[in-house]
Design a protein around this ligand. Structure first.
Ligand code: SF4
Length: 413
């Protein structure tokens, strides 16, 4: 595995990159309205457009978002059920055994804490619960353990979509999760095939493709996304987004690298808010009628432009990520309503049996894929479901400026 120097996401447009004007943007919008993807050349042109064009690009992608999804926002809640100590060497990941990032590490979280985290997330408006466990691949026994958790969640919250993210699956493991009631499986491709050996030596791009396919074959809705900002070229970003299209994924989480201190990518901080908006817009226009989720790194990289992601993405995570803190849930919800959007399928607190306010949990949730997990999407974004009742308590930011998650199995709600 090699670690390249950070550079490429801000690279100057190569000669031959398509120029974007009003006619080209109108053509891309029309393709999206017709549920057709833009071309690779158009996708590259979006990434390499100047900052001054970014709002026009967001507006084009926004028309497509509103055509297919109106003003609804799907709220996902991460619950990190097993954190850190992963034997894989994904170099973006704070949960790898090779990382010295000072994250929370724990084996399987107690069921009562998971139950509390799920209730907290659902009561705040989450309609999808993402159960994420670090590790290469779950054993049969571990799959059985998670299947039991899924069954409990579906019994208590039948209206909620349950997404599991446990690492590599075979057909048998995927079938068991489906049988237990898991609706979706997350396993990110993360980056382009030609770059994969630069970010991980313990598994391959094909391994990840295979797990997405196993999940899909078992009837689990395939969720798979990427992490931008790992030193990839714009062409490689386009490659991975089209590779996800070839897998016909239903949901595309877009993570922006969180450069945790203690990981090989700790110095990778090349993304700008404008570049992030162009990346999200490109993903929307390649996957016009699929769920596009702004995942880990939203707060860190978008900063004051966070609300603009809603113009392009129809899905976000609520609260914290796998190993990093996100914006607190109440601010996420306020951002949605202030921006003129509505939470999809919101369940009110009174519908959550036994809910008396946000429960306090003591084990921290997982979250984002930049923090990594079982190949999960929040590759930076991660799971969560914990409480932010006292948001400043134990707040800690590492030398790279990444807020390290300090609380419970569910994040930041
Ligand atoms: S991304 Fe997943 S597989 Fe890779 S080190 Fe992190 S937890 Fe392990």
């Amino acid at each position: 595995m090699t670690t390249t120097t950070p550079s490429s996401t801000q690279a100057a447009a190569p000669s031959g990159a398509q120029q974007l004007g009003p006619m080209e943007l109108a053509a891309m919008t029309q393709a999206g309205l017709d549920s057709q993807p833009i071309t690779r050349e158009q996708a590259l042109a979006i990434l390499q457009a100047p900052d001054a064009m970014t709002l026009a690009i967001v507006a084009a992608a926004g028309q497509v978002r509103r055509h297919h999804f109106g003003t609804e926002v799907l709220v996902n809640h991460l619950v990190n059920i097993k954190s850190g100590m992963c034997p894989e060497d994904c170099n973006y990941c704070s949960q790898s055994i090779d990382s010295s990032a000072e994250i929370m590490k724990y084996s399987w979280a107690p069921k009562d804490e998971i139950t509390a985290a799920v209730k907290a997330g659902v009561s705040q408006g989450a309609s999808t619960i993402c159960l994420v466990a670090s590790g290469r691949s779950p054993s049969r026994r571990e799959v059985e353990h998670v299947a039991g958790i899924v069954e409990e969640i579906k019994k208590d919250h039948p209206e909620v979509t349950v997404c599991t993210c446990l690492g590599f699956l075979d057909d048998e493991k995927a079938a068991r999760l489906k049988e237990a009631g898991s609706d979706r499986y997350n396993h990110n491709l993360n980056t382009a095939e030609e770059r994969y050996e630069d970010i991980c030596s313990t598994h391959t791009f094909a391994d990840r493709q295979n797990t997405v396919q196993h999940a899909s074959d078992a009837g689990l809705s395939p969720c798979s996304g990427l992490i931008a900002g790992m030193g990839e070229t714009d062409e490689q970003l386009v490659d991975v987004v089209f590779a996800l299209r070839e897998l016909d994924v239903d949901s595309v989480p877009v993570n922006f690298l969180l450069p945790f201190e203690g990981t090989p990518l700790e110095s990778y901080k090349q993304l700008t808010p404008m570049k992030c908006l162009r990346i999200l817009s490109m993903v929307r226009l390649v996957h016009p009628n699929k769920e596009v989720r702004s995942a880990a790194g939203r707060e860190y990289h978008l900063r004051s432009l966070q609300p603009m992601v809603l113009e392009v993405c129809n899905s976000i995570f609520l609260g914290d990520y796998l190993t990093s803190e996100g914006q607190i849930a109440s601010q996420d919800l306020q951002m949605i309503t202030d921006s003129g959007f509505q939470i999809k399928g919101k369940v009110t607190a009174t519908q959550v049996e036994g809910h008396h306010g946000t429960p306090s949990v003591t084990v921290k949730a997982c979250g984002s894929s930049s923090s990594g997990c079982g190949g999960c999407s929040s590759a930076g974004s991660g799971c969560g479901g914990h409480s932010h009742a006292e948001p400043d308590e134990q707040h800690r930011v590492d030398a790279a400026g990444v807020p390290i998650r300090q609380r419970g199995v569910g994040a930041g709600v």
